[in-house]
Design a protein. Sequence first.
Lengths: 479, 362
Amino acid sequence: MEWLDPAREFTQLFHTEIVYFSYGILALGLFQNFIYLLQIPLAAMELLRMKLRRQDEHTWWLVTSNITLPISIIIPAYNEEVTISNTVMATLGTQYPSFEVIVVNDGSKDCTLQVLIDQYQLEKTDRFYENHLIHKEIRGIYTSSIYPNLVVVDKENGGRSDALNTGIDVSRNPLFCTLDADSLLDPSALLKTVQPFIDKPDEVVATGGTVRILNGCDVENAVIKQVRLTRKLLPLFQVIEYIRAFLMGRLAWSRIGILTIISGAFAVFRRDIAVHVGGFSSTTIGEDFELVMNIHKYCRKNKRNYEMRFVPEPVCWTEVPETMKVLSSQRIRWQQGSLEVFFKHREMFLNPKYGRIGLIAYPLIFIFDILGPLAELAGYVLLPLFYLLGALNAEFMIAFLCLFFVFGVFISTMSLVLEEISLKRFSHAKGLLILGFAAIIENFGYRQYNNIWRIIGWWRFILKKQVWGNMTRVGMQAK
Amino acid sequence: MPSFNEIVSSYVWPVTLISCALSLTVFFTLVGLRFFRDRIKDRKLTRQKEIQQQLLVHLSNPLKDLRNTLLKTEKDMERVAEVVPTLLRTLKGGSYQRLLDSLKEIGLYEWALKKLHNRNRPRKIAAINLIAHWLDKRVKQELIDLLKDNHPLVQYAAVEALAHTKDTTLLPVIIRVFKRQKNISVPLMSDVFQRFGNNISEQLASYIKQKNIPLRIKIALLMALIQTDSIEQIISAATALCHHKNDELRALAYLALFEAKEPVDASLLKSGMCDSDWRVRQYTASCASHCSPLPAEILRTLLKDENWLVGLRSGQILLTYGTVGRKLLETLAKKDDLSAARAKMILSEYRDSSWEDAHGMA
């Protein structure tokens, strides 16, 4: 193949550099996998600790107690006419002694507001609130004549974080919970997520719960009747991803106090601290990540003893994209958001002033989210090429394939093992088996696609291009 | 020490392949186990249903030979033990006692006593929960011995069972367990204290005032005390905590004073009003609702608090005083400061006194 000759010449000329570059990629892969390995025992230890404290019967005590902290559940809604009614109904059915549901209609172009007005017999009121956070103008506040704890805020469109800030301003309780409009809460999820606030009231500032995938489940009257697996491959891969991210990553980092991400789809925060740090940022896409980082900064600067906890069991069910188009735009947005927040708070990187967040968590974000996708994709493209050109030997290629493919199977399978040992959320062995096979297949194709989307996220970040994705809702009732 | 090159060429692939194979083996073994467990579980559920049915029949129409009817195989005593707690929870008075006697006759009592020393922890805990229905001297002693167990769930189950005795002499032992076992959460501890009922309110209050009690236990004690109806003890314990250095405990103390529904001492209202924690100030405003005459100065100050939620509560409390409070709000609304703006908004929101009605405080 004569046409390869110039490439061969190039390879010979820069042989040392190419070898070092390839070693760099492999070293990064080795380090990433070592961290994953570390996460497994940490997550297992945390799950064991949670098991010691888990006594479902006794959480009911909290329902009747007047000590349980009152909470405001904030649901931002933009063009959610298909799902909003069910989400609100499911949320109103939450087992909690004192809570209000605040739906923020973020200037929807569809009939979201009208659906709510009709379904819950809403009337406009003069609810008292004060503006402490930045958000677009409120057009009206509605309360329900049938559900006294339901408040609907209608405002100008300003995005998710803007809507959440409005909700925080209107809320009147010491805690608030953020919930996506396409999500369903397990009835006892909130009680369990709030428990760390009751256990360590002066330390816990935020908690996050597990988010699981709703696609495929049997839903009746906004209640999950049976947890089933979706038959579609794309959501199935995401089931594995979610289990891996929540049950391993977040749980492990929560164990050693370096939790930096609490999913905004279902999180509980102390209202006063969120207000102190300025609420959710409207200038970044990763507003959840940004708020968590701001809280870390605030607490560290004020030398406050604080904890952010991830509670593995409480479950919030959410719909995930079923098409490549929607999924890619979601993942591109997530990557862009991570990059924005990372660079915005770059002074925390390796800064001892921020303790283990600066010294451990931030470098890990750098390796996994910032360098990771670049290195992995470079590995997929360049290493086989270098091998073909004779710059790398076969052993090196095998090591690369093992690290990036085989070890991926190991990590995914281990997260399923943790799930089965601790939570047993899947009711049948058949479901587990299907997931097991999906955990193997996802490493060959899906994982690489994810990397491409993350690189596009990088590109969008460089171009400073903010694009908001639209999620196509199937509607929970339809399942 | 192997070089990086050596690691790459000699170690990476065997290590990853072996770990992957191991994880897959573990996973598929678990799936297999799950498959068999599901089958066993189905069979177990069917037998449990049969036993439950037979016990219900026995309650309405006593069977002559319950033992032989229920216990057909060796495992059936375990099935009975699994079914009984739920059943007993639904029964009261005569039926409850009749069933307990019948179960003792068929040997469940002795069986459960033996299982208290079982190595399998879940079985041990289930046995504790079951034996708690027969709280005689022997059981009590066994449960006290179990407090020395190393596992928090076993300790908690024993503590919870002992709480059913309502024997107040056990309280120091239980507090010692809680001091030692930090894995037992605040709500669970509070639940145990509540199970003793109203008769321990004086002891709860006395423990709250002691200096050597850890903060988390104090919170649990106060939570339990609030649930009792001994107003005097609630007020005494809460008053002692109103100046505690911990924000949470102070806030809880003011909440307790509010829950006591008795007039609160003016000096406590004044110190609460100036507290650094906004929740203390908010509960202070709530406490003001029980005072007579209306503590106008305190509520007026709290209305313009830096935290608007405190201001809001203060305005809401003013409305509970009916015409007097409403007039005060109307007067304040005419001024030109923060309290005026808030008073206007509160009057506008509660123009039909709905807050007082909804909260039954008018």
